[in-house]
Design a binder for this molecule. Structure first.
Ligand SMILES: [Zn+2]
Length: 88
């Protein structure tokens, strides 16, 4: 059975839109794989490395850090800084 994909908008606590993202499966949004971003309002540089901190362009809060997860680059989200999203 194919994994369900849900298109979501990830927002900062301050209300600023950060990403439009295709989330796979159910549960809480923990990470955003760069390759599944439909829109990046933050402006993550192409070919970004690991351990790079990502900041909200509006309030400058740290929204996450880049990590390699399952072999792909993702933004591991800082749950305290984003508006939480849960699917399912
Ligand atoms: Zn913000």
């Amino acid at each position: 059975m194919p994994e369900r994909i849900t298109t979501i908008t990830v927002s900062c606590r301050c209300g600023e839109k950060l990403f439009k993202y295709q989330k796979a499966g159910k549960g809480r949004l923990i990470k955003c794989f760069i390759g599944r971003l439909l829109a990046d309002y933050v402006g993550i540089p192409e070919g970004v490395g690991l351990g790079v901190e990502i900041f909200c362009p509006a309030c400058k809060g740290r929204v996450g850090t880049t990590q390699r997860i399952h072999g792909s680059i993702a933004v591991k989200l800082n749950q305290g800084q984003i508006q939480g999203i849960r699917i399912g």
